[in-house]
Design a protein around this ligand. Sequence first.
Ligand SMILES: Nc1nc2c(c(=O)[nH]1)N[C@H]1C(S)=C(S)[C@@H](COP(=O)(O)OP(=O)(O)OC[C@H]3O[C@@H](n4cnc5c(=O)[nH]c(N)nc54)[C@H](O)[C@@H]3O)O[C@H]1N2
Ligand SMILES: Nc1nc2c(c(=O)[nH]1)N[C@H]1C(S)=C(S)[C@@H](COP(=O)(O)OP(=O)(O)OC[C@H]3O[C@@H](n4cnc5c(=O)[nH]c(N)nc54)[C@H](O)[C@@H]3O)O[C@H]1N2
Ligand SMILES: [Mo]
Length: 768
Amino acid sequence: MNDKVTVEKTDIPAGGWGSAKEVGAILLHEHVMVKGSALLAKQNKPEGFACVSCSWAKPANPHPFEFCESGAKATAWEITPKKPDLDFFDRHTVSELERWSDHDLEDLGRLTEPMRWDAASDKYMATSWDAAYAEIGAELRRLDPKSVVFYSSGRASLETSYMYQLLARLYGNNNLPDSSNMCHESTSVALPKTIGVACGTVVLDDFEKTDCIFFFGQNVGVNSPRMLHQLQEARQRGIEIITFNPLREPGLVSFVNPQSPAEMLTGKETAISTQYHQVKAGGDSAALMGLCKAVLAADDEAIAAGKPRVLDTAFLDQHTHGFDAFVASVRACGWEQIESTSGLKRADLEAAAAVYVRSHAVIGIYGMGLTQHRNGVQNVEMVSNFLLMRGNMGRPGAGICPVRGHSNVQGQRTVGITEKPELAPLDKLAGQYGFEPPRDKGMNTVEACEGILARSVHGFVSLGGNFVRAIPETVLMEQAWRELRLTVQISTKLNRSHLIHGEIAYILPCLGRIEIDRQNGVEQSVSVEDSTGCMHGSRGRAEPAGPQLRSEPAIVAGIAKAALAPNPRVDWDGWCADYARVRDAIEQTYPEIFGQFNARMWTPGGFRKPVPAAERIWKTPTGKANFIAPESLDEDPDLKAAGPQTLRLFTVRSDGQFNTTIYSNDDRFRGVKGSRKVLLMARADMDRLGLAEGDLVTARTPSQDGVERHVDNLRIAEYDIPQGCIAGYYPECNPLIPLWHHAKESKVPAAKAIDVLLQRTGSALAAH
Ligand SMILES: Nc1nc2c(c(=O)[nH]1)N[C@H]1C(S)=C(S)[C@@H](COP(=O)(O)OP(=O)(O)OC[C@H]3O[C@@H](n4cnc5c(=O)[nH]c(N)nc54)[C@H](O)[C@@H]3O)O[C@H]1N2
Ligand SMILES: Nc1nc2c(c(=O)[nH]1)N[C@H]1C(S)=C(S)[C@@H](COP(=O)(O)OP(=O)(O)OC[C@H]3O[C@@H](n4cnc5c(=O)[nH]c(N)nc54)[C@H](O)[C@@H]3O)O[C@H]1N2
Ligand SMILES: [Mo]
């Protein structure tokens, strides 16, 4: 149990010696000291491999070591020589492994043989690739295509993802949920409405030209640390960075560049945020409303004083739609409501707005703190509204910058992984491959879960990821998942989605992106899209973890050939023999984005896809950039709080994890050591609820639907966090999230605002 947990007050900067030490420690833990450090030098470099951690942009002129602590951990984790020994799966039943922790499962190392679950012994047993494909193909042919889901986690390359969406569509559905359904789907719904693109408008160059950065709900020091270089450079130019986050995240407070010898020796920190606003979880729409209100007030004053306008009226007239209605809603909203919903003071919001007003070019950056809310789509629309007021969109140094998660999550969407038929070039695919693609809407992540709960989904194929652990509603979902007829997991490491499994269950182990992918003796490369819409080539550099491993494209092709009738226009074997041919096919489907794909894929800094909003071309129904007035500032209009005892839980990541992959139980930056079953809580709430540091509690979601949702044995730790809010770790707290508790429109599970009640089950003293 977690009785050794400690929480220390930390004020450590991101980077610095702590970071260098962590890189050394993980290389050592994974036994890859020499191999690892040589490989890290190739990370995010031309002719090297694209990091498998985050999707932050890769500069044309990389730093000598264009990697970070998090990227080094992800690399070491993938290239580890550890693997389960030969009879491991013979010694352990699957039911027994279910009791293992997420960390211990993945810490077994790389899976190297295809395996099939054996019902009689309840064990995974090695099988051959041919036998696996044959049975999976036969089952898929037996199942109703509408009852099968093809999930992908955002790591797979553009080549694999393109082949995978084609597999689903040739098979007969658009059931292509993606990890982005739990992530930035709120962005992909909001931005097409406001500015006519589904992605950000900012590129690295804009960081050199910006005057001011607003930063909402993204933990840069842990989740996209390479961006700290841009932020540090901006700060050294005197640029203000204004942050909204309920926690004072060290990476957003200060940074010591581990790649600068001078800084490392002197310990000289760069302060990152110049203003830090500890907004309540779910309070961002209100905070942004306050910012917009203050901008309008400044404009009113300018008019009254006969000074130049604060609003960019020329831009507003020429380029936008809906501004008057938006202004009316801002004027109608009172400061009292803004203050109580955001938890911030009017004067503080006015101070932030004052910086905005005097800046010429502003970037708005955000992450999961905005998207994973009931109002997730509206939160993104509010950032867009705020930027548009002064024309901060589509000009140098200005724009919107959603920080995507997985290293190719944005790219998967670009090449057709989507459940929305209108977003895929179905006519093009029909012509190119001579078939009639399904035109009906497929299932996204939440809808796939609903289908599994309703027992109408029977087959589930996963291209990477750990679906069962990443989704909400853990208890009901795990029960229903076991009733699936077929589960197929294309994976690198053992995880919970393999142990909770269907009647026929396969694990198909694949090469990771860092490994050399040889097809017929020829080394292949793949490509990915970064957060700023730039495409990069990636070539594996490490020897594969085992001779039996197959590449992701080969596995997708293997399943396709076994499940589908032959189609002379789809040359699965030819594609696998030479991935350049897949890129040619991608180019044929998307000529505007991927023209000269093979020739351009090694462009330093990547080649960018067209982003019309970056040129002030608005591909919206109005032909303009649209202001959208918020519907409600209340984060959870339909969740009736169970009274003053209710706390709002938001789930976060630590530096010791990559999503459901848990490297360690420590959260170095937040000072939590020894356990992840911790709830961070304000002193005032502890006093109010009679809880002490170290107390054990059960967290429970106030039930409206008769479903019991709880997590036991969480330990209370005092923390600097807004009153009424508590923070816990993802995925440990996922059993608390009801499936229906998701963002309106985008259906992103609202993992950043979950109402919970706490019940004390043990005291601090009893534990020691
Ligand atoms: N090392 C590492 N890197 C990663 C990942 C990883 O797990 N580990 N995951 C990858 C993936 S898939 C993704 S999507 C990204 C995720 O990267 P982020 O977007 O940074 O996601 P989180 O860590 O979930 O939390 C984001 C931040 O939001 C804050 N927050 C919570 N609620 C609110 C709120 O209501 N308002 C505001 N303003 N802030 C809030 C939290 O305090 C936290 O600092 O990172 C990617 N990179
Ligand atoms: N409560 C809560 N829930 C959340 C979130 C949150 O903030 N809070 N965040 C959400 C977000 S943003 C996301 S993106 C999802 C993440 O959901 P997923 O993307 O589904 O999960 P991961 O944990 O990234 O998947 C880890 C597994 O991927 C496999 N893998 C690793 N590398 C490779 C590879 O190269 N190829 C293949 N085929 N497999 C590989 C390994 O087997 C590993 O066990 O979780 C979501 N869930
Ligand atoms: Mo994500």
